[in-house]
Design a protein around this ligand. Structure first.
Ligand SMILES: O=P(O)(O)O[C@@H]1C[C@H](O)[C@@H](CO)O1
Length: 313
């Protein structure tokens, strides 16, 4: 029997920390690796550490804090929003109910629209490092092979047993990303559209794995987000995802042949060894820092635009 989730206690704790005007955020934001600086645009901020909230775990990944930030975002009076400064990944050892617990809490607070950000590796040569990819769809091998976040008894009797995901990424919200980019006079290349492959991590992909995902139609790959999207859709939220490309996944057309190198060496021919790029989380965080400003402006602009779209109310 699964342990019941402590929603009542979490909501009571939150109520005790928040002033009236921040108690009912309408928009939720998830800050990806190195992107917690999104909160710098918030006004009247209240930061609630995860360790003050029953049911919340601690994020153990560098570049992820462990707190919810409540505040007002955007011009004029501002829109009440809540942001996760740090997320939970299954590879940290967190269970799926824990990974998606903050999303379910956001839904219970009244959030209707969720903007998720993450860092990812590019599988598509036309999508360079630094691009922000507005996600159209996902390819989640774990979901198809027994690591689906909704395995087990439903969290609520109101949730459908069989959740459709053909419309997971809201066209209305995605539209706002491109309108916001236009408002901010970003170059056309700053934003792309594409498909996110979710892998469990914590290993980065081998070239063969990268090639498989690319052949399967994915443009970028990452280790988060999909469980959050699935839970958010189950909770009835509109979802959009912006993925910051922090590195290329190495997918060579051919492998270097060690046999040929040895044969050349034995024949006394000079051998030039290729220098392969090896991805690191430091590199991921560095690109996150470089692009945090653009991501922050985009999120703020999208938040300002959401109230103008009737179907997002
Ligand atoms: O939490 P996100 O998806 O933004 O972070 C990515 C995936 C891994 O957690 C980490 C790998 O560098 O960055």
């Amino acid at each position: 029997m699964a342990t019941p989730l402590p929603f009542v206690q979490t909501l009571e704790a939150l109520t005790s920390f928040l002033p009236e005007k921040l108690k009912k955020p309408r928009i939720g934001i998830v800050c990806g690796s190195g992107l917690s600086g999104l909160v710098e645009s918030f006004r009247e901020v209240v930061i609630v550490p995860y360790d003050k909230l029953p049911g919340f775990a601690k994020s153990t990944v560098p570049g992820h804090k462990s707190a919810l930030a409540f505040g007002l975002l955007g011009a004029g009076e501002g829109v009440p929003v809540v942001a996760m400064l740090g997320r939970f990944h299954p590879y940290e050892g967190h269970t799926f109910p824990t990974v998606v617990y903050p999303i379910r809490v956001m839904a219970k607070l009244g959030v209707k629209n969720l903007i998720i950000t993450n860092a990812s590796g590019s599988l598509n040569p036309a999508i360079p490092v630094g691009t922000i990819v507005v996600i159209q769809d996902h390819l989640a091998l774990p979901n198809l092979t027994g690591m689906n976040p909704l395995l087990g008894p439903p969290t609520s009797p109101n949730h459908p047993r069989f959740l459709p995901l053909s419309d997971a990424y809201s066209p209305s919200l995605r539209r706002l990303a491109f309108l916001a980019a236009h408002r901010l006079s970003l170059s056309r290349n700053a934003l792309a559209e594409g498909i996110y492959a979710w892998v469990s991590g914590p290993t980065y992909e081998t070239p063969a794995e990268g090639r498989l995902l690319r052949k399967g139609g994915a443009d970028v790959v990452g280790m988060s987000t999909v469980p959050e999207v699935v839970a958010a859709r189950e909770e009835g939220l509109n979802v959009m995802v912006m993925s910051l490309v922090t590195n290329f996944v190495v997918i060579p057309d051919t492998y270097r042949s060690i046999r040929e190198e040895v044969e050349a060496e034995l024949a006394g021919k000079p051998v030039e060894l290729p220098v392969a790029h090896v991805v690191s989380h430091d590199e991921v965080l560095e690109v996150g820092r470089e692009k945090a400003g653009v991501m922050k402006k985009l999120v703020e602009s999208i938040v300002e635009l959401i109230p103008t779209v009737p179907e997002l109310h």
